[in-house]
Write a protein that binds this ligand. Structure first.
Ligand code: NAG
Length: 345
C-alpha cells in the first residue's frame, strides 16, 4: 500500500505528544527522532522533516483539522469520513478509489496543512516565517493602512505544497488527480482569506484604520470545499504529448477541456456506501444512527439503504434550570426524558 497518507501517521504518532506536553516537547525529541518515527514519508518528505521539524508539527495539526472538518461536513452522509478500522486506522484516511470523496479528502487535508502552517507562522511557532511584511505600512486605495500581522499565506501554501505534493510519486492518473485536488484545497484557503480592520481615533471615530489579512475559521474552508465537492467534475486521463504524466480532461466535453483549478476532480464514480467493502473505501452504514423523521440524507430510509433500523429506548439526562448564585457558583437540576435512538440494520 504505497498510497498511505503519511500525515495521518504523523497524527497517530505525535499528536499525543503535542496535546499533552506541548509542541516544544516534540521538537525536544529532536528532528532525527521525530522524523524517524514517521515511517511512511517519501525521501523528499523526510528531508523536509529534518530541515523544518517545526513545520511538520504544524502539518500534523493541519491533518487533524482536515480530518475533523471532513467528519463534521459528512456526519449525516452514508460516507462519513470515518477512517477504516483495524490496522488501517493508522493509514485511516485512505480512500482507495479515485472517487469524489477521495477528492474532498485530499483537498481538505491540503487546505488544513496550509492553514495550520500559516497559523503557526503568525503565532511564532515556526522559525523561518512570521507575518507577511510585504504590505505593512502601505496604504490601500480606500485610505486605510496595512498594519498588524497579516497571515503569511505564501509561506504556508508553499510549505504545505512541497510536503503534501511530495507524496504523489507514482506519476499515474490518480497521482495527477490528487495533485489537482491538493491545489484546489490550497486555493480554497486563499479564496477565503479575510481582511480584518481596527479603527483608531477619538472614541472609535475611525479617522484612521489599519487592516490585515487573517485566516477565517477552518469550518468556512470546509463549507467552501463541500460546495466544490457537490460540483466535482468527472475527468478522464489522456496521454500528454509534452509531459510524461497523463493529462486530465473533463469527461463530458467534446474538445478535451481541462478542469478549472478551483474544481475538485475525480476519476471513478462512487460506490453507494451501503455495504461494507473496504476495497472501495466503504464501511457500510450498519449500526449508524439515523433520524426517523428526516427526509434528508440522515433519514433512516436513505441512510440505511432501505434495510430498516433498530429502535433503542433510553433515558436522556442533562443539566437544566441552572441558577447562578452570588458569588460564584452555578447550581443545576438534572432533567430527564425518555428518548429513542435508531440505528441502521
Ligand atoms: C430529525 O430530523 C428532523 C427533521 O429534519 C429534525 O427536526 C430533528 O431535529 C432531527 N432530530 C435529530 C435528533 O437530529
Amino acid at each position: 500500500m504505497t498510497r498511505i497518507i503519511s500525515y495521518i501517521l504523523i497524527l497517530a504518532l505525535i499528536n499525543s505528544h503535542t496535546h499533552i506536553r506541548g509542541v516544544s516537547s516534540v521538537l525536544a525529541l529532536g528532528a532525527n527522532l521525530l522524523c524517524s518515527r514517521l515511517p511512511a514519508l517519501t525521501s523528499k518528505q523526510r528531508r523536509m522533516c529534518m530541515r523544518a521539524p517545526d513545520g511538520i508539527v504544524a502539518i500534523s495539526e493541519g491533518a487533524r483539522l482536515g480530518l475533523l472538518e471532513c467528519q463534521a461536513q459528512f456526519r449525516s452522509q452514508r460516507w462519513d469520513c470515518t477512517p477504516a478500522a483495524g490496522t488501517a486506522t493508522v493509514f485511516g484516511h485512505v480512500v482507495p478509489v479515485g472517487s469524489r470523496e477521495a477528492a474532498y479528502t485530499y483537498a481538505v487535508s491540503a487546505a488544513g496543512a496550509s492553514y495550520a502552517v500559516t497559523a503557526a507562522c503568525a503565532r511564532g511557532n515556526i522559525y523561518s516565517c512570521g507575518c507577511d511584511e510585504t504590505k505593512r505600512g502601505r496604504y490601500a486605495d480606500a485610505g486605510w493602512k496595512w498594519g498588524g500581522c497579516s497571515a503569511d499565506l505564501r509561506y504556508g501554501l508553499r510549505f504545505a505544497r512541497r510536503f503534501m505534493d511530495a507524496r504523489e510519486v507514482e506519476g499515474d492518473a490518480r497521482a495527477v488527480m490528487n495533485l489537482h485536488n491538493n491545489k484546489a484545497g490550497r486555493r480554497a484557503v486563499k479564496k477565503t482569506l479575510l481582511t480584518e480592520c481596527k479603527c483608531h481615533g477619538v472614541s472609535g471615530s475611525c479617522t484612521m484604520k489599519t487592516c490585515w489579512r487573517t485566516l477565517p475559521s477552518f469550518s468556512k474552508i470546509g463549507d467552501y470545499l463541500f460546495l466544490r465537492y457537490q460540483k466535482a467534475k468527472l475527468v478522464v486521463p489522456r496521454k500528454s504529448r509534452r509531459r510524461s504524466v497523463p493529462l486530465l480532461t473533463l469527461k463530458r466535453s467534446k474538445r478535451a477541456r481541462r478542469p478549472r483549478a478551483s474544481h475538485l476532480v475525480f476519476l471513478q464514480k462512487s460506490p453507494n456506501y451501503c455495504e461494507k467493502d473496504l476495497a472501495v473505501g466503504s464501511l457500510g452504514t450498519l449500526g449508524r444512527t439515523c433520524n426517523r423523521t428526516s427526509k434528508g440524507s440522515d433519514g433512516c430510509d436513505l441512510l440505511c439503504c432501505g434495510r430498516g433500523y433498530n429502535t433503542r429506548q433510553y433515558v436522556r439526562k442533562w443539566q437544566c434550570n441552572c441558577k447562578f448564585h452570588w458569588c460564584c457558583f452555578v447550581q443545576c437540576q438534572t432533567c430527564q426524558e425518555e428518548a429513542e435512538e435508531y440505528t441502521c440494520k
